[in-house]
Design a protein. Structure first.
Length: 699
């Protein structure tokens, strides 16, 4: 029996981007484990990816092209050949494009984070076609924009410094579930004497293990950051030298935050003034003692109306106290811009027809947009939709409208997938895609600083093909003869990183494939001497760019669309705030169909505070109905103080087909967008909860 070890990379939407070692025996992957030599992976994988062979060899893997034979949404298909599938798709796309290529829309996100299988050949194809652009906003755009206005780029503290810090504020995240390797280092810091504070409306697994948990109301993070600034300034817990050298707009900031005294902040955030004061003092005093302090933000902060501003406000804090002076200090939201990626070479925007009409569709409003008719303002009706690396029927907001749009009989829908997801049920043509073990890819990361290479460990299962090959074949059917459509995956991967950029250390693709990973050559403390990527080169408390974009140039507070304070009329009917953060055993909607993980997670449940449950005569184990004007879904109640008073929490994202009522939490989320970045507002939701008749679990 022959056996070998193949270097690979976890492709999923997680900051950790783990280095994998895949054991292959006689062409079969028998084990996936973490690379013990990779400094951030350190030989450890989450429970999901440790079972990756279960996903690859799942009995329900899509292995052959299929076409729909039932009604849309029924999920009834018959097997067809690749030739029939490709010919059908090309014929339909050509017919639509003859009227207007803008009626064709790609829909993709982070089903794989790979630079090759994510959006390289696919983007070349859609650029050449002249299709509508997709604004990929579903996760991180609001925070990314707010962060860039302040700091200039998605750059921050290196995870490998975490264990050296003395104060860690985990703001809007649950790294035990969503960034395990950061949490491992945070635990090491804790053993070294660091203090850990969690800021989160929900007492998550992470919050339970921190020294302190501040349970603020959803959508009020910006106000808390303003209150911290107020106390830091009032009590002079500042690094005046750093402020003078490396920041812009401090005097305006002082006036701006003067009114955000702790009492006001406490009222807005639903916490105590003492919590505001003590947090600010601890943060400022730590810096004045010369101790590194780190804020680890996650994307929960930004999924509300004022989400971009919230991230901006928090990003101002390290510059006030000089935390950036230390390699183990500062803030991390994302490290994506640390990498010198050559997106133009990968995606070839130059292929777009010269002078061709353009429009951009926001993936977060896909429900409404699929229901729009042609108009001068909107452009042509969407007539063809190609979905890959995403599951919008499950993950997009206001799910009932999304499903209604996908159910249109006049909409031609192609889905590239591993499994028959909720979205796949609506496909006209369903194409089998390869998993990470079956194709080549190049990876950056957003939680660490390593360029990474994924080698194919096994041959594709059945007739599955990589995304690149599917779009390569479609380009051929469409008559596209540019040389870039003939490039192999290795040739594409070799263009992923700008090898001449000093950050890459001149690494080439062949070396990266062999080594598996290599760290970027960047400064350990990126902003110790300022050099921010903003127009001024400084941390911008005052942003002229924001003013030019019609936004408030100084940190401020933007209330939620839906809260008791900001929308009392809505709250009179729907008095409970709801958030739907990730379940530990799922990753967005990936892994939900792996039975061992689904069994561990149980079934859809809703955490509700004892006082809120008592008012509704709800006990643990009761089936409850969660509803608002947009829709409803069922879940099993868990009465627990993990949810603060006035908040319910539905850990997500479940496939609808695995819920008793074939619905999930996105039935009640809205298509309202964030203050900047046009992102979704998943955690800006009011609902009511009532006891329902027991449903039958399909778990």
């Amino acid at each position: 029996m022959s056996s070998n070890i193949v270097r690979a990379v976890c492709p999923h939407d997680c900051p950790d981007t783990c280095a994998l070692l895949v054991t292959v025996k006689d062409g079969v992957a028998t084990e996936v484990r973490g690379d013990p030599d990779h400094p951030t992976t350190a030989g450890v994988l989450c429970t999901k990816v440790a079972r990756y062979t279960e996903r690859t060899y799942h009995a329900e893997r899509l292995l052959y092209p299929q076409k729909r034979v039932g009604k849309k949404g029924e999920g009834k298909f018959v097997r067809i050949s690749w030739d029939e599938a490709l010919d059908t798709i090309a014929e339909r796309l050509q017919a639509v494009a003859a009227k207007s290529p803008l009626a064709i829309l790609p829909y993709s996100y982070a089903g794989t984070m790979g630079l090759v299988q994510g959006d390289s050949m696919s983007q070349r194809f859609f650029h050449k076609l002249g299709a509508s652009f997709l604004d990929r906003t579903i996760c991180a755009t609001a925070g990314g924009v707010g962060y860039k206005y302040t700091i200039g780029a998605r750059v921050g503290t290196d995870i490998e410094q975490t264990q050296n810090t003395k104060l860690i504020i985990i703001w809007g995240g649950n790294p035990i579930a969503s960034s395990l390797h950061f949490w491992m280092r945070a635990q090491e810091a804790k053993r070294n004497g660091a203090r850990l504070i969690a800021i989160d409306p929900y007492r998550s697994l992470t919050a339970e293990k921190c020294h302190q948990h501040i349970a603020l109301l959803p959508g009020t993070d910006a106000a808390l950051a303003l209150g911290i600034m107020h106390v830091l300034i009032k009590e002079d817990l500042l690094d005046h030298d750093y402020i003078a050298r490396y920041t812009l707009g401090f005097d305006q900031l002082v006036k701006q935050v003067e009114e955000w005294h702790p009492t006001r902040v406490a009222e807005v955030c639903g916490i105590t003034a003492t919590e505001v004061i003590d947090l600010a003092r601890e943060y400022g005093s730590s810096a004045q003692r010369g101790e590194p302090s780190m804020i680890r933000m996650n994307y929960g902060v930004q999924r509300v109306h004022g989400g971009g501003m919230a991230v901006r406000n928090i990003a101002c804090l390290p510059a006030l106290v000089g935390a950036w002076r230390h390699a183990a200090g500062g803030v991390q939201l994302s490290l994506s811009d640390s990498f010198a990626k050559d997106m133009d070479a990968l995606q070839r925007p130059d292929l777009f027809p010269v002078g061709g009409a353009q429009r951009t569709i926001n993936m977060s409003t896909i429900g409404d947009d699929l229901m729009r008719d042609s108009s001068a303002a909107f452009g042509p009706k969407i007539e063809a939709l190609i979905v890959y690396n995403s599951n919008p029927v499950a993950i997009a907001p206001e799910s009932s409208v999304v499903a209604q749009g996908f159910a249109r009989e006049d909409l031609f829908t192609v889905v590239l997938e591993h499994f028959q997801t909720d979205t796949a049920d609506y496909a006209d043509i369903l194409l089998p895609a390869t998993t990470q073990l079956e194709h080549v890819d190049a990876h950056s990361a957003y939680g660490h600083l390593y360029m990474m290479a994924n080698n194919a460990a096994i041959a594709p299962m059945g007739e599955a093909k990589p995304n690149t090959e599917i779009f390569r074949l479609l380009a051929e059917r469409m008559g596209y003869d540019e040389a870039c459509f003939s490039e192999t995956d290795d040739e594409i991967a070799a263009q992923a990183f700008k090898t001449s950029d000093p950050r890459t250390g001149n690494v080439d693709w062949s070396s990266l494939k062999k080594e598996g990973w290599r760290k970027l050559q960047v400064a350990q403390a990126p902003f110790a001497l300022g050099r921010f990527a903003t127009p001024s080169g400084k941390c911008e408390f005052y942003s002229e760019t924001m003013l030019q974009h019609g936004l408030a140039p100084l940190p401020s507070f933007i209330p939620p669309y839906e809260s008791v304070a900001s929308n009392p009329d809505c709250a009179a009917k729907y008095p409970l705030a709801m958030i739907s953060p990730p379940a530990r055993n799922f990753l967005n909607s990936s892994f939900v169909n792996v039975k061992s993980l689904r069994d561990t997670e149980g079934e859809p449940h809703l955490d509700i505070h004892p006082e809120d449950a008592l008012l509704r005569n709800i006990s643990t184990g009761d089936m409850v109905r969660i509803y608002n004007d947009r829709g409803s879904f069922l879940a099993l109640a868990r009465v627990t103080e993990k949810a603060r008073i006035g908040l319910v929490v539905g850990l997500s994202i479940w496939w609808k087909k695995f819920a008793s009522d074939h619905k999930n939490a996105n039935e009640v989320t809205s298509q309202n967008l964030t203050d900047m970045g046009r992102g979704p507002t998943f955690y800006d939701v009011l609902v009511q909860v009532e006891k329902a008749q027991s449903g039958v679990s399909k778990n």
